[in-house]
Unconditional design. Structure first.
Length: 237
């Protein structure tokens, strides 16, 4: 399963959605309004509508449920708004995070993952940055208070990793996976993949983040290679 963030309603994201869809994958891509950005989920497992309902900027919170041998697994992909020092963007981000608190499933009930680009740091992030406000650290703390665990930190308690690096070389761990309490025991691996950000064929300014669980899908969809979908041309005769 893939969770893509900072998606837009443009030719590039439409191409990705089409390629995966034509190859048999389930694609959930609520199209953002012009000038907006959101999230997309691509799944090899059949999906149902998930329980998360943020309401405010809903294209930034995509929620699905998939069937596993351990029971239903809720997955929510988030793209939290970034901000500068302006009141408008600060209010926008604060409002979205407040709606997440009321719209996301609690971490002490069922199997669940909340993941994506949170544009939020853990309170103990090193280095520390003065720019971030209490409401931003508060969202990270709230996830823990409701039962979620930071999957990367659970498996790597002392490791310093950064998923975004600024022009001055300062690192930030903006991208997260949080697992519900009952899912934490099923965590097997969680790591950052930096090549999409640092490679010569750089795809993005963020590192990817992977997580592996000791769960098996109840069923998978028959899929083909999405990179070959564009080469399949209907026969004329």
């Amino acid at each position: 399963m893939l969770v893509l963030t900072e998606t837009v309603d443009n030719a590039g994201c439409s191409f990705l959605a089409s390629q995966f869809g034509d190859a048999g994958y389930a694609v959930i891509f609520p199209r953002p309004e012009r000038g907006e950005r959101g999230a997309m989920i691509v799944s090899r497992l059949p999906t149902q509508q998930g329980p998360a309902s943020v309401g405010y900027l809903p294209h930034r919170a995509v929620s699905v449920t998939v069937a596993t041998d351990g029971g239903p697994l809720d997955i929510t992909g988030l793209y939290v708004p970034s901000r500068d020092a302006s009141e408008a963007k600060t209010t926008r981000k604060r409002t979205f995070l407040e709606r997440c608190r009321t719209g996301l499933p609690r971490g002490d009930a069922g199997l669940g993952l909340v993941l994506g680009d949170f544009n939020v740091l853990e309170p103990e992030h090193r280095p520390a940055y003065r720019f971030f406000q209490p409401f931003e650290y508060g969202f990270y703390k709230w996830l823990g208070e409701t039962g979620y665990r930071d999957a990367f930190r659970a498996l790597h308690p002392d490791t310093a990793e950064y998923s975004w690096v600024g022009r001055t070389g300062d690192g930030y761990r903006y991208d997260h996976v949080h697992a519900s309490a009952s899912l934490a025991a099923e965590l097997r691996a969680c790591s950052y993949v930096h090549e999409p950000r640092t490679g010569t064929d750089r795809l993005t300014d963020h590192s990817a983040l992977t997580v592996s669980l000791a769960l098996r899908p109840a069923r998978t969809l028959p899929v083909t290679d999405p990179t070959e979908a564009a080469e399949r041309v209907p026969a004329l005769f």
